[in-house]
Design a binder for this molecule. Structure first.
Ligand code: MCA
Ligand code: AMP
Length: 499
């Protein structure tokens, strides 16, 4: 019995002495030792009262122990909820109250701020710091190194990942063992990932990309991972020689292209460069090929669906396209008004169906229902078209979303914060082009008479929002452009500020 993820990610490695993680300081952790650590953490949390079906919030920094919490969650049958470690306490409060966890793991420096919130929902707060110290690991060696896994059906929940809709209110996407396993297995087969691979892992591990795409595929294939804390260009450049795989957002590739050390020679041992989470410019694709000889493989996914399409490994990888639907996944482009399936070349709404699609949004049956068509397709909110060879291109979005360096930013959430500042009448947050991050958010603000107080406004925003969501600039305007219905015209603002 056990679970699909246990059988495929954990069990094969119980006695595997092979290197799993290569750390920044070049020390290593074997698969066997990593799973022992995860098992000890599972024992520790079970002893403290974690049960199968409980929600486990993990907001600790990227380190071996944080990753082991994911595996401990699979062992204990709990529901793993990773959170961006840079969220402010105000942002975190919403997730804690909405998901009602029994445990919250955070850095020591945050525990005072989160304590009161955890008490309100009766969640236990445990600390874990970036160097692996904290209450979680203090006496970890006292616990047994084997944990008998809890049985789970394929359709049981395994993880809860928050993502926002057009309303700006974050919704917990419920993901099952089947969703995660089927998708990762398909990617392993398609991208031909094996035990010979070494992946450069420089993404955060609280999103689909860095956690499920990167970690699940590596563990299924038995690959090694260079587990880097953040995007460290020197470390990455130095790793290219003795690695085979890189998974990144487009910013990784534009930053690599800006580095004079990037060359054919440096990347000759690399097998595959993969990009996703945000649009990869055709120009980046082409320049990368010119300098390295490698064609970046672009794929397309969402939190609710994992990966939907990918360019092929062996056949043509097209610049500007996110490739073809994965095996067993149906992707169609429809006319949003009459639901008619469109022909190649015609642009419409992208809809997806398959074993990868999530179970629904936590405690939001209406939102869940609205997100599916009558015949069971998930409505992505992305616009695109197929070409004659069956390759999909994303041409736009039907949702007010800014993607900055691969992080999704929902303007409504930022506008709500700015509008709650007492000197603001109204505002509009929108994305402008940025060479490094693709897009960055900026704000156009109408202040009350004679109250041009952007300095205090910035401080207020800083206190309430994670760094990546904070507008890079605040512009005070006398009024915002509006249409006859009174709706703010963000397209005009974008034109005004996109120099
Ligand atoms: C950092 N900053 C940002 C971002 N990252 N601002 C806006 N957007 C960002 N993404 C801020 C920093 O706080 C800093 O502010 C300044 O910008 C420059 O920081 P820098 O050190 O250059 O940035 P970094 O730390 O190197 O980070 C850039 C990054 C990072 C490596 C691109 O953002 C990143 O890892 N992005 C990946 C996100 C991801 O994993 N997305 C997958 C989502 P200051 O200078 O003022 O201090 S999953 C998904 O989308 C779907 C399902 C899918 O298909 O994969
Ligand atoms: P998330 O909120 O993290 O689930 O973000 C999913 C969204 O990221 C998708 O709906 C797309 O809008 C966008 N996205 C992901 N991959 C790509 C890609 N390769 N090209 C363009 N947009 C992408």
């Amino acid at each position: 019995m056990s679970s699909l993820l246990y059988k495929n990610l954990i069990k094969p490695h119980l006695y595997n002495e092979k290197i799993f993680l290569i750390h920044d300081d070049d020390t290593t952790t074997s698969y066997k030792d990593f799973i022992c650590l995860a098992s000890q953490i599972a024992h520790q949390l079970s002893e403290l009262g974690l049960s199968a079906e409980d929600c486990l919030i993990v907001k600790s920094p990227k380190c071996k122990e944080t990753l082991a919490l994911y595996i401990a969650s699979i062992l204990t049958g709990s529901i793993y909820l990773p959170l961006n470690s840079s969220y402010t306490p105000t942002e975190t409060e919403y997730f804690i109250k909405d998901s009602n966890p029994s445990f919250v793991i955070c850095e020591e420096s945050e525990s005072d701020a989160l304590k009161v919130i955890c008490e309100e929902v009766n969640a236990k707060l445990i600390t874990l710091n970036s160097d692996g110290t904290g209450d979680l690991t203090k006496d970890i060696n006292l616990f047994p190194e084997y944990y008998t896994p809890i049985n789970k059906d394929s359709d049981d929940l395994c993880a809860l990942l928050y993502t926002s809709g057009t309303t700006g209110k974050a919704k917990g996407a419920m993901l099952t063992h089947q969703n995660l396993f089927s998708n990762a297995k398909e990617l392993v087969d398609l991208w031909e990932i094996t035990g010979q691979d070494t992946l450069i892992h420089s993404l955060p591990i609280f999103h689909t990309h860095g956690l499920f795409v990167a970690i699940n595929t590596s563990m299924i294939a038995g690959s090694s991972i260079r587990f880097i804390e953040g995007f460290n260009i020197d470390y990455i450049i130095n790793s290219l020689n003795n690695s085979t795989l890189l998974m990144g957002v487009p910013t990784f590739y534009t930053r690599l292209l800006n580095d004079e050390r990037l060359s054919k020679e440096l990347t000759k041992n690399m097998r595959l460069f993969i990009s996703g989470s945000a649009p990869l410019l055709r120009e980046t694709h082409e320049n990368f090929e010119k300098i390295t000889g490698h064609k970046i493989l672009e794929r397309y996914g969402m939190t609710e669906t994992n990966m939907n399409t990918s360019n092929p490994y062996k056949e043509e990888r097209k610049a500007g396209s996110v490739g073809k639907p994965l095996k067993n996944i149906t992707v169609r482009v429809v006319n949003s008004e009459n639901e008619k399936v469109l022909k190649s070349g015609e642009i419409g709404m992208i809809q997806v169906k398959g074993p990868n699609i999530f179970k629904g949004y936590l405690n939001m049956p209406d939102k869940t229902q609205e997100s599916f068509t009558k015949d069971g397709f998930f409505i992505s909110g992305d616009l695109g078209s197929f070409d004659e060879d069956g390759y999909l291109s994303i041409t736009g979005r039907n949702k007010d979303l800014i993607i900055s360096g691969g992080y999704n930013i929902y303007p409504k959430e930022i506008e709500d914060i700015i509008n709650s500042f007492d000197k603001v009448i109204e505002c509009a947050v929108f994305g402008i082009n940025d060479k490094d991050l693709g897009e960055v958010p900026i704000a156009a603000v109408v202040m009350k008479q004679n109250e041009n107080d952007t300095l205090n406004l910035k401080g207020y925003v800083k206190k309430n929002l994670a760094k990546y969501k904070q507008p890079k600039e605040f512009y005070c305007l006398e009024q915002l452009p509006k249409n006859t219905m009174g709706k703010i015209q963000k397209n005009i603002l974008k034109e005004m500020f996109n120099s």
